[in-house]
Design a protein around this ligand. Sequence first.
Ligand code: ZN
Length: 330
Amino acid sequence: MQVVRYGILAILCVFFLGTILGGEGSVKSNPSKKIVPENYVDTLRSKIEVGLDKNSLILLIDSLLSNEYIDPDLVVLLNKKINEEYGADWPVDTNPYPAHNLYKSWNTLLPHPYKNDICKSDSEVTYCLTDHYMGCGYVHPFEGVVTSRFGWRDGKHHNGIDIDLIRGDTVVSAFRGVVRLAKWTGGYGRTIVIRHHNGLETIYAHLYKFLVKPGDFVDPGQPIARGGNSGASRGSHLHFETRFKGKAINPEALIDFKKFQLQSDSIVLRKTRSGFVAFQPGTLFHKIKGGDYLYKIANQYGVSVNDICKWNGIKRNTILIAGKELKVSR
Ligand SMILES: [Zn+2]
C-alpha cells in the first residue's frame, strides 16, 4: 500500500515538474504569461529526490499559491490533479494557514498586503465568532478604558480602537488563530497580526515586547505581547483593529468594550463601496445625522437607494429628518 502511495506521489511530482517546466517553456512564446520562478522548479526537483509525503505536498502547493507570480492556470491544474488522485481521502482543512481559501496568501512582512480583487465577488455573509474554529470563544485583548474610537479623527480615519494601558501590561489574543506578522511596522510600531479561522484578522499595535512569532498558533486569551508606546503613539495604549480581507471594520460592531465581551455569537459582513460594514444579525438601522442624504447612507451600508426607499416606504425625494432612524437592511 505504502509503495503504491509513493508510486502515485512520484507520478504526481513528475506531473507537477512537467507542468511547471512546460509552463516555463510557454513563457518564451507568450511574454504576457506570468513566470514561475526558477527556485520553485528547484524545490520541486529536490523534493522529488527525497520523496514527498502528503503534508509536504500541501506545504509546497501553499508556497506556490502564496507566490503572486504563479500562473493561475497551473493552480487550477494542481487542484484538479489532487482531486483526481486523492478524492475523498484528501482532508478538507489541511491548510496550515487559517482561511486560506479566502486569502490565497500568507504575508509575514506586511500588515496590509491585500489587493481589492480578493473582495470583488463578496456581497453579504454571516460569520460565527464562537464556533470551535474560533476556539469556542473570545477573550478581550486588554481590559482597559477606551480612549479613542473607530472613525474619523482630526481629518484622518482611525482604523481601530485605542485602549489605555501601562507599558508592560499583558495583551492577549482575542480569538483562536495563527500569528501572521510580529514585527516593527512603521507608525504601528511593534505590531502583531493574527489571522483567524473565519477570515477575520486582528491587529495589535504600539506594543513593547513580543511573546509570539509568525506561525505560532494562539488560543483566545493567550498572552501575545506586552503593551507599550512604540511607533507613532502618544502615551502607552493598545491600538486594536479588526479587519476582513484587509478592510477595517468597526471593532465595536463585534465587541462590547465596556463589558469586554462579544456583542453576539455571529456577525453579518456586508460589502460596501469602500470595504465592509459589520452589524449584528437582524435588522439594521441608521440614525439620520445632519448632512445625510440617501445616496450617502446607501453607500455607507452597501445597499441601493431603491432598497432604502422600499424598506422604509419613502420616496427618493423624501426629506430626511435628523435623529430619525432608517432601516438599512431587509
Ligand atoms: Zn489607534
